[in-house]
Write a protein that binds this ligand. Structure first.
Ligand code: GLY
Length: 352
């Protein structure tokens, strides 16, 4: 599997990844190594990683609690304090071994500790492999506001080892496939067709192609001035649905991917009404999403609170909700606007 070169760092795959990190550590002059894990990755992924890592450096492991609820400044304080107590200096290296919470938070901790130390991302979930670990976004949540505090900072390298995916339950894998479907609809329809039509996925190929696409996008627009907004396809409505289900006591929790998948169905509908996206493709998307993720019931009384959350999406510009919409597969428009009644119709379209 070919290495992908991002602007300032490589993304290595499979066994090459371990050869490269071992070589890198032997070449560089780091003073010590800190490995950030969460409760799950310490148990499920760390034993494999440490067995394949070859270095004479002093290694310290720092564990945080697993889950988005811990992606906050309090957890950062804990990690900064632990690093200080364990003698981290400006020549220490931080390795993040985990899902998006660990890689986002770890990247932020590293890039602010002593004004910035080097870090390496080793994503262990499908979602973090195809999205969070590449593109330089680091940060934490501030209360309910996702990724409100953070900086753009690039790792020294990213290592993709699909073996770690065996530690995940199928629902988490499905959550990650929503991001792959996203890249498929906007850049390479083959990805969507593979997931839709093949129960036996070659997941490594899909991960590689997804990262290639993400890397192309973020290389052209690292700070999300324009093109990078395409990565929000399905996310405008999807995020609002995700937050609503998360914050409403009597609702089941949706995974990120489940919510984004519904978002893509709704935004496909908007695409057909505002641009010329064919209605048969809207139906195809809805059918595939329901087949893969099951049907989520969005009740009439849920819709207004979801609309209210949409208005608060941090990606809005001057209070106006902006959407990425499709003219066709692999042909998108950034920063489209939709009336409230059309957005409402799009959620109802998913629901019937
Ligand atoms: N997850 C979207 C981005 O990296 O821009």
């Amino acid at each position: 599997m070919n290495t992908i070169q991002a602007t300032t760092y490589p993304i290595y795959f499979n066994e090459v990844a371990y050869q490269e990190i071992n070589h890198f550590l032997a070449q560089k002059n780091y003073s010590s190594l800190f490995i950030l894990v969460d409760t799950n990755t310490l148990r499920d992924c760390y034993p494999r990683f440490i067995q394949l890592l070859e270095t004479n450096l002093k290694i310290e492991v720092i564990e945080i609690d697993a889950g988005e609820i811990h992606k906050n400044l309090e957890t950062c304080f804990g990690v900064w304090n632990a690093m200080t107590e364990l003698g981290a200096d400006r020549k220490s290296l931080l390795i993040t071994l985990g899902g998006g919470v660990v890689t986002d938070l770890g990247g932020f901790v590293a890039s602010t500790f002593k004004r910035g130390i080097d870090f390496i991302n080793i994503p262990t979930t499908l979602l973090s492999m195809v999205d969070a670990s590449v593109g330089g976004k680091t940060g934490v949540d501030l209360g309910v506001l996702k990724n409100q505090i953070g900086v753009f900072a690039n790792p020294q390298m990213v290592l993709i080892d699909p073996e770690y995916l065996h530690t995940l339950d199928p629902r988490e894998i499905r959550s990650g496939t929503a991001e792959i479907i996203k890249y498929g609809m906007t850049h390479d329809i083959h990805l969507f067709n593979e997931i839709k039509d093949n129960p036996e996925l070659n997941i490594v190929d899909l991960i590689h192609r997804s990262i290639e696409i993400k890397n192309e996008v973020v290389t052209e627009d690292p700070k999300e001035k324009g093109l990078r907004k395409v990565l929000n396809w399905g996310h405008t409505i999807g995020h609002a649905i995700e937050s609503y289900f998360l914050d409403t006591d009597h609702k089941e929790n949706l995974t990120h991917g489940e919510a984004i998948a519904i978002g893509m169905a709704c935004e496909a509908y908007l695409s057909s009404k505002i641009l010329n996206f064919p209605m048969e493709k809207v139906e195809e998307i809805k059918e595939a999403i329901i087949k893969i993720y099951g049907k989520v019931n969005i009740l009439p009384e849920d819709i207004q609170p979801i609309m209210d959350l949409l208005i608060h999406d941090k990606k809005n510009e001057a209070g106006v909700v902006k959407f990425v919409l499709l003219n066709d597969y692999e042909n998108f428009e950034l920063s489209c606007e939709a009336s409230d009644s059309l957005i409402l119709d799009s959620i109802q379209f998913y629901n019937v």
